[in-house]
Design a binder for this molecule. Structure first.
Ligand code: OAD
Length: 260
């Protein structure tokens, strides 16, 4: 790891170790090292020819419910075969050592939960949950649903069942968004990990923190739409940098404990 990055990690660790309230926004990049492609990456092979709007929208679902259902069963299978990576695990460990910790994710996978994160705010829903597209009744997936050519139908209103993820043009869950905005408005430091920062309102959250002069720290191997606003940009994969950052925070916390 180069000298400059080492120094940046130490500076970031100092800020986070002193923070009472840490807020984190994650995107698809935090799951990349678990082999879960980003929304757009996942459209490889037979799915590459479809436009995301056709696979993740009410219009696409109405036009071809079977195709949308098969796409989400494909992604659910990919998520459930994946394992949390060291980046997910480091975030769960950081939560356990921080007085107030708010983990906000744009990801629909459950890798944060499987890594041990306790209260995760899913702004874009969760792929392992389902509900009726008509009446909203929750639905429990049955094994035979996974290979079915068409979505199951609701036992109450007979409309089609869909994954509980936010589709293009749909509103984000109000409670999760309000909690995320509140965290951005009260945190001592805001971490942005593995997101291109182009989808709103999620991408607005670090700006809320920045406006209050809370430091914004980004972890991403590439420059994102949020990098110009970040006080520190740790350029590298989160699966590698987050454990390193956690170690530096642990050392500082231990040092603080000895002094006090
Ligand atoms: P994107 O695919 O737009 O961006 C992924 C980001 O992760 C990029 O900035 C990559 O540079 C970065 N990245 C790749 N590998 C990484 C690694 N190992 N460690 C850290 N970062 C890495 O995914 P999101 O920003 O999450 O919305 O996309 C946001 C939303 O756009 C998604 O939630 C989805 C999509 O439309 C909905 O489905 C509603």
């Amino acid at each position: 790891m180069n000298e400059k990055l080492e120094r940046q990690i130490e500076t970031a660790a100092e800020i986070i170790a002193a923070a009472q309230h840490v807020a984190v926004l994650t995107g698809a990049g935090v799951s990349a090292e678990s082999g879960v492609g980003t929304f757009r990456d996942a459209q490889t092979g037979l799915w590459a020819r479809f436009d995301p709007q056709q696979l993740a929208s009410q219009e696409g679902f109405a036009a071809d419910p079977g195709r949308v259902w098969r796409w989400y069963m494909h992604r659910l299978d990919m998520v459930q075969r994946a394992r949390p990576n060291p980046g997910h695990v480091a975030l769960a460990a950081l939560e356990a050592m921080t007085p107030t910790f708010t983990l906000i994710t744009q990801n629909v996978d459950d890798l944060h939960e499987r890594a041990g994160s306790r209260n995760v705010l899913h702004l874009h829903g969760r792929i392992e949950r389902f509900h009726c597209n008509g009446c909203g009744l929750p639905y429990t997936l049955h094994p035979q649903d996974r290979d079915a050519p068409m979505p199951p139908t609701c036992t109450f209103c007979t409309d089609y069942v869909r994954p509980s993820v936010v589709w293009f043009g749909e509103l984000l869950p109000a409670h999760e968004l309000a909690e995320a905005q509140r965290a951005a408005g009260t945190c001592d430091v805001f971490l942005v990990i593995g997101t291109s920062g182009v989808v709103y309102p999620a991408a607005h959250l670090p700006r809320i923190a920045k406006r209050r002069a809370a430091p914004v720290i980004e972890v991403n191997p590439e420059e994102s739409a949020l990098s110009d606003m970040a006080d520190i940009w740790l350029s590298g994969p989160s699966g590698e940098l987050l454990p390193r950052l956690l170690e530096a925070i642990r050392l500082r916390r231990a040092g603080q404990a000895n002094v006090s």
